[in-house]
Design a protein. Sequence first.
Length: 338
Amino acid sequence: MLVENLEDIAAYIVDDGKGILAADESNPTCSKRFESIGVVSTEEKRRDYREMLFRSDGVPDNIGGVILFDETIRQRAADGTLLREVIAEQGALFGIKVDQGVRPIDGCPGETVTVGLDGLDERLQEYASMGAKFTKWRAVIKIGSAIPSEKCIELNMKALASYAALAQANGMVPIVEPEVLMEGEHTIDSCHEVTERALNALFQCLEQDGVNLKGSLLKPNMITAGAGCSVQASVDDVAERTLICLKAIVPSAVPGICFLSGGQSDLQATAHLDAMNKIGGFPWKISFSYGRALQSSALSAWGGSPDRVRSAQDAFTHRASMNRLAALGKWNKELEAG
Ligand code: 13P
């Protein structure tokens, strides 16, 4: 598969309803996910789990790109094939998470900035030499009383833009992820306002750093009420509000918007994506880059047991195909039963 320039890579990932499998959980996050099914997270178990996902029949038709963690891009399947080659054989591109997590910001209690710019150029060169075609960096914005601060937004969006420019200089598409967390009791209005602030700052910084938007993908949150808010919006409200926010800010040069799921249930994440694509009228592809909302049913079905690989793969294939239909605006609830 020869997909070389930035614009072709970005277009390939979101072609025809395809989206991204975010399988780039850090080892501590993976341990948390495994704990929920009573499995101890070892290097071999993480390999077995991810090999199960990557070899699933759901990949070729529904997944254009898989985001990996550093351990996985170097790991081999049980038969000795590199996992990244397993993905390529399935017709998907592989990418890599390159941020190194968050650190507290001095003078901004409760807020963090994502780090990882030190030595990033060298790391990117190595990943490009392994065949990675895209990269991801996640900024985290928390809503609370009097936060986010301007400083938090500015530091995070500047870092995202610096990362994106470096990724492109190394021939890889940057997925820029400014995640406004769902955690909290905030209203949907508050999520809308904060997401608007973050995205406005982000696109200013991307422009200042000369990032080629046509060779980038945006990975935002949807506009929802906080998980702890007593008033939750309907599917149509979330879809409409999210589109209003994005249309006001995201330039049409961006080829694809691939949402994170952020703690939404599998069905919510699919229903919201479908509702946006049914509304239509936007210049970008709108697709998914889900972690939990693509994996949770497969993770439970697997339960750490080699005997359950097949049923876990079936669960993943089902979720992936539902999300592809949603990215085409062709999903409905009845399809879930089938
Ligand atoms: P979720 O879909 O579970 O939010 O994960 C997506 C992701 O990659 C977060 O960085």
